[in-house]
Design a protein around this ligand. Structure first.
Ligand SMILES: [Zn+2]
Ligand SMILES: [Zn+2]
Length: 833
C-alpha cells in the first residue's frame, strides 16, 4: 500500500468504512462504488467485484478513487479481491484515460481496459477447442460428400459443421471470433458441448491466465550419475537433455519417442524434475548492444539536433518530420532514441499495423538489446502482458509497437515517435475510437516530452498544424546518397482500351517494363489494392450481385479457398453454381483482385518467381517478415499485393513499381479519397530505386488529370497539400472543422429507424449553434454484421461545442432508453461508412 493511502487511514477512526470507485469494462458511462471491507484497494490498481443483478458475474476494473463517503443509494456490494499492490495505471495514465473518455465519448472502464494489455487477466471470456469426438464427426461428414451434405443436412447441422471446421485447424478460438466467423448462435455451441464435440475453456481467469507448459529439467545429480545404474531408455532421456542445455519441453521429449515410465523413474530418483513455465517465454536472441554509427547527411544531422535539443530542454514539443521516401527517417529515429536511452530516459516508437520491417526490428535489437520491448501483432495475450510487465518494472526502457503501445508504462518518458503518422491503422475502429497519434501528443504534453511525427506523406491534420506554427516542421527533401526519386510514367487506361479494343488489367507499357526489368535480373513490385480473386459475383440473367448474408456488401470470390468471403465480417459461403435469386446458371465473376493478378502474372511471366502479399497470404507479423526477407534475399523476382507492399520497407533490388487500379477510390464520394490515393501512390512509388540502380514507376490510371494522381507523379507533396487544404477549407472539412460520425444500429430495422427518428427530432429541436448536423441518412454500408445502420454527420468550428452537443445527445439517448451499444460516436472519423 502506498504511503499516502496508509497515512490517510491512520487519521481516520477505525470504524469508518472505506469505499472505492471502480471503472468497469462495460458499455456504460458510469463509475461504480463498492465497499472495500477488510481489503485495501489502491487508486490505479485492479479489483474484482460482483456485477449485475444477481451479482453472479465477476468483473475486474480499475479503482479511480478510494474514499469514506458512503453513497446515498442502496446497500453496496463488496470488493471481492484486490489484484494489485502497485498501481497498473499511474496518475498520468489515469488522467490520459479520462481525457480519451471525454474527447472520444467512450465509457471510461472500456478506455482503461484498452490501455492495459492484460486482457488475459481481465475479463470473463470463453474459448473453444474441438475434441477428438468432434474431429471424427467432422471427418465422417466430409467423407459423406459435401454435395449430399448441402442438400440433405438441415441448417442447424450445417452450422455445427461450420463451427467444427473453424476449430479444426486451430488450437483454441475465442467465442467472439468463432461466432463472427461461423455465424453460430449460442444454441449451436450449447448443442455441440452436449455432444462433447467441443469443449469450453474459461479464459477470464482472474489471476494471470498464462498458458503453462511442462518442461523437463535435468538436476545437478544427473550430470555425473554413474551410467551403469541407468538403462538405455533412461540414459537416452539424459542425453537428449544434455544436448539441449539441460532442459526440454515435455512434449518435445515425448515426440522424440522417449518412454514415459523411464521419465517417471528419473523423476523418482531426483535426476530430473518437471516444472511448469509460461509458454512462449523464450526471449528473442539478444545480441550485445552495438554503437550505432550512421553516416548522416547534413539535413539528417540538423533534424537530429532539433529533436535532441527539444528532449534535453524537457519542453513539450511536436515536430513533424516530413522526409521523402528513402530520406533516412528511420536512422534519425534510432539515433534520437539512442541519445534518450543514454540519458537514462525512456521512449516509445509507434509503427503502423504490419509496419515493422525485419530490417528495422533487427536494428532495434542490435542497438538496444534487452532495453527494448517489441509489442507486435503475433504476440499472444500472455506474451503481451509479459512485455508490459517488463516495461513497467523498468527492465525495458523503450517500447515499440502498434497503436496501443502508446499506453506502455515506460519510465521517465522523454520521446514518442510516430512513424508513418498518416497511417489509418492508428485510428481504432472500435470503442474507444481513439487516434494513436493524437493520444501521443496528449501524453507527451502532460509529461513535457517530445513527439516526432514522421512521414513522406503527412496527414493534412499534421501538416496544417505545422503550417500554423503549432508543430515544428523538419524537412528531409532529398534521398540519402543523392539518389534520385523514381521517374513516374502515367498510363491512361481509357486510351489503352480505345487502342487495344479490350479491357485489360495490365497495360502494354507495364508488361514491357516488367519484362525488361526481369531480363536485367532486377526486382519488381505490382500494387493492386484489392484482395481476393474476383471482386464480386453477378448473375447475368437477373443482374443481381451476391451479397453477404449479414452485410449490404458484395461477396468476394477467393479461388484457392473455393469460397465467397465477406471482407467486412468474415462470413464465408460455398461458391453457388446457380443464382440464389433466380436460379439461372449464368453467374459471372467480375473484377480483379490480387489473387487473380498473381495468376495473370504467372501466365505473362512464366519464368519469374512470384510472391503475393495481402491479408490472405500475410496473417500476421511473422508472415510479413518471412515474405519480406525472401524478397530482400532475392528469392522472389516479382512481388504482387495490396497496400501492404507499399509500407515503408527498403528492398534495394526493386527498380520497377507497377500500379494497377489504385485510384478507384477517386470515384467515390469520400472527402479523404484524394488524400488516401495520393498517400498510397507516393508510398508505393517510393519503393522503387532505393539502391544503386535507378527506379521507375508505371502508374496505370483512369483519372490521369486528377490532381492527386498528378502531384503524386511529380513527387510534389506541398503542391498536393496546398490544393487539398484549400478544398477542405471551403467545404468545412477537417482539419478546419472538427467532424464526428454518429451511427445508430440495430439488428431490427424498425428499431434502428426508431432510434434514428428520436435523435433526428431532438437535433431539430435543440439549439446547436456552430454545429452543422447532416442527416439522418442510411449509412453508406447500410447493413453490417446483421445490424441496420443510419447515421448523422456533425461538423463544427469549435471542438468544445461539438463535444457538448454529443454529450447532450448521449444523455437524451439514455433518457429514451436507447442502449449505449446501439450508438456509435466516432469523433475525428477517418471514414464515414
Ligand atoms: Zn439471377
Ligand atoms: Zn458480411
Amino acid at each position: 500500500m502506498p504511503a499516502e493511502a496508509a497515512t490517510q487511514q491512520l487519521l481516520l477512526p477505525e470504524t469508518q468504512a472505506v469505499y472505492c470507485d471502480v471503472a468497469l469494462p462495460v458499455p456504460l458511462d458510469v463509475i461504480f462504488t463498492y465497499e472495500a471491507g477488510e481489503l485495501e484497494p489502491i487508486v490505479g490498481g485492479r479489483v474484482v467485484v460482483p456485477f449485475g443483478k444477481g451479482a453472479e458475474k465477476k468483473l475486474s476494473g480499475i479503482v479511480t478513487r478510494v474514499h469514506h463517503e458512503p453513497p446515498e443509494t442502496r446497500k453496496l456490494k463488496r470488493v471481492l479481491q484486490v489484484l494489485d499492490t502497485l498501481p497498473v495505471l499511474d496518475e498520468n495514465l489515469l488522467a490520459l484515460g479520462r481525457w480519451i473518455a471525454q474527447y472520444y465519448l467512450a465509457p471510461i472502464g472500456e478506455v482503461y481496459r484498452t490501455m492495459l494489455p492484460l486482457q488475459a487477466e481481465f475479463r470473463q471470456a470463453f474459448g473453444y477447442r474441438i475434441t477428438e469426438l468432434g474431429a471424427e464427426a467432422l471427418y465422417d461428414s466430409a467423407n459423406e460428400g459435401s454435395s449430399r451434405r448441402s442438400q440433405k443436412t438441415p441448417e442447424h447441422q450445417m452450422s455445427e459443421y461450420a463451427v467444427l471446421d473453424a476449430l479444426a485447424d486451430e488450437e483454441l478460438v475465442r467465442e467472439e471470433r468463432l461466432r463472427t466467423a461461423t455465424g453460430a448462435t449460442r444454441e449451436v455451441l450449447r448443442t455441440l458441448l452436449q455432444k462433447k464435440w467441443i469443449v469450453r475453456e474459461d479464459l477470464s481467469g482472474v489471476r494471470d491466465a498464462r498458458r503453462l507448459v511442462k518442461v523437463v529439467v535435468r538436476r545437478e545429480a544427473a550430470v555425473d550419475a554413474p551410467a551403469q545404474k541407468l538403462n538405455a531408455a533412461q540414459q537416452r532421456i539424459l542425453d537428449l537433455l544434455r544436448d539441449s542445455q539441460g532442459r526440454m519441453p515435455l512434449e518435445e521429449l515425448r515426440e522424440a519417442g522417449t518412454s514415459p515410465s523411464s521419465l517417471k523413474t528419473l523423476v523418482k530418483h531426483d535426476l530430473v524434475e518437471i516444472v511448469e513455465e509460461a509458454a512462449g517465454q523464450a526471449a528473442p536472441q539478444m545480441k550485445p548492444r552495438t554503437t550505432l554509427e550512421f553516416l548522416f547527411t547534413a539535413r539528417q544531422q540538423e533534424a537530429l539536433r532539433q529533436i535532441r535539443g527539444s528532449v534535453e530542454e524537457r519542453r513539450f514539443q511536436v515536430a513533424l518530420l516530413h522526409g521523402v521516401t528513402g530520406s533516412g527517417k528511420t536512422a534519425v529515429y534510432l539515433a534520437a532514441m539512442q541519445s534518450v536511452l543514454a540519458a537514462g530516459r525512456g521512449s516509445i516508437l509507434l509503427v503502423p499495423e504490419i509496419g515493422l520491417t525485419p530490417g528495422v526490428a533487427a536494428d532495434l535489437y542490435n542497438i538496444f538489446g534487452e532495453e527494448i520491448a517489441i509489442l507486435h501483432s503475433s504476440l499472444s495475450d500472455a506474451e503481451r502482458a509479459e512485455q508490459w510487465h517488463r516495461i513497467r518494472r523498468g527492465e525495458a526502457r523503450i517500447a515499440v509497437g502498434t497503436r496501443s503501445a502508446i499506453f506502455a508504462p515506460v519510465h521517465d518518458l522523454a520521446l514518442i515517435i510516430v512513424d508513418e503518422e498518416h497511417d489509418n491503422s492508428y485510428k481504432q475502429e472500435e470503442t474507444p475510437r481513439y487516434h494513436g497519434r493524437d493520444v501521443a501528443v496528449m501524453r507527451a504534453k502532460a509529461l513535457n516530452a517530445t513527439v516526432v511525427l514522421g512521414s513522406a506523406t503527412p496527414s493534412l491534420e499534421s501538416f496544417h498544424n505545422a503550417g500554423r506554427g503549432k508543430y515544428a516542421l523538419i524537412e528531409l527533401p532529398d534521398r540519402v546518397q543523392e539518389r534520385p526519386l523514381p521517374e513516374v510514367e502515367l498510363v491512361d487506361m481509357r486510351a489503352e482500351f480505345q487502342q487495344t479494343g479490350k479491357e485489360s488489367v495490365l497495360s502494354r507499357r507495364l508488361i514491357e517494363e516488367t519484362t525488361a526489368s526481369l531480363d536485367r535480373g532486377e526486382q519488381a513490385m505490382i500494387l493492386l489494392n484489392r484482395r481476393g480473386y474476383s471482386a464480386w459475383v453477378m448473375c447475368r440473367s437477373c443482374g443481381d450481385t451476391i451479397q453477404c448474408r449479414d452485410c449490404a456488401v458484395a461477396m468476394t470470390f477467393h479461388k484457392r479457398q473455393r469460397r465467397l468471403l465477406c471482407h467486412y465480417c468474415g462470413f464465408q459461403q460455398p461458391v453457388p453454381k446457380s443464382c440464389p435469386k433466380c436460379g439461372s446458371e449464368y453467374v459471372q465473376f467480375m473484377g480483379t483482385g490480387s489473387e487473380k493478378l498473381e495468376d495473370m502474372l504467372h501466365t505473362a511471366f512464366p519464368r519469374a518467381r512470384i510472391g503475393r502479399m495481402d491479408r490472405d497470404t500475410v496473417r500476421g507479423h511473422d508472415d510479413f517478415e518471412r515474405m519480406l526477407s525472401a524478397f530482400q534475399a532475392g528469392e522472389i523476382d516479382l512481388l504482387v499485393g495490396t497496400q501492404m507492399i507499399a509500407k515503408g520497407h527498403d528492398v534495394h533490388g526493386v527498380t520497377l513499381v507497377g500500379v494497377v487500379g489504385a485510384d478507384s477510390a477517386l470515384g467515390l464520394p469520400d472527402f479523404r479519397a484524394a488524400e488516401r490515393t495520393f498517400q498510397l501512390l507516393t508510398q508505393v512509388a517510393g519503393r522503387a530505386g532505393r539502391g544503386e540502380m535507378l527506379g521507375k514507376v508505371v502508374l496505370q490510371t483512369l483519372f490521369p488529370e486528377h490532381y492527386a494522381v498528378q502531384f503524386a507523379a511529380h513527387h510534389d507533396y506541398h503542391g498536393f497539400a496546398e490544393k487539398e487544404l484549400r478544398f477542405r477549407g471551403w467545404m468545412h472539412y477537417p482539419p478546419f472543422d472538427a467532424l464526428a460520425n454518429v451511427v445508430l444500429r440495430s439488428d431490427k430495422q424498425e428499431e434502428a429507424l426508431r432510434y434514428t427518428g428520436l435523435l433526428g427530432r431532438w437535433f431539430e429541436q435543440v439549439r446547436h449553434e456552430g454545429v452543422r448536423v447532416m442527416g439522418p441518412a442510411a449509412a453508406p454500408i447500410a447493413r453490417l454484421k446483421k445490424d441496420y445502420r443510419f447515421h448523422f454527420v456533425l461538423k463544427a468550428g469549435s471542438r468544445e461545442r461539438l463535444n457538448l452537443l454529443l454529450c447532450a445527445m448521449l444523455t437524451t439517448a439514455q433518457q429514451h432508453k436507447i442502449p449505449r451499444t446501439n450508438i456509435i460516436v466516432d469523433v475525428d472519423a477517418m471514414s464515414l461508412s
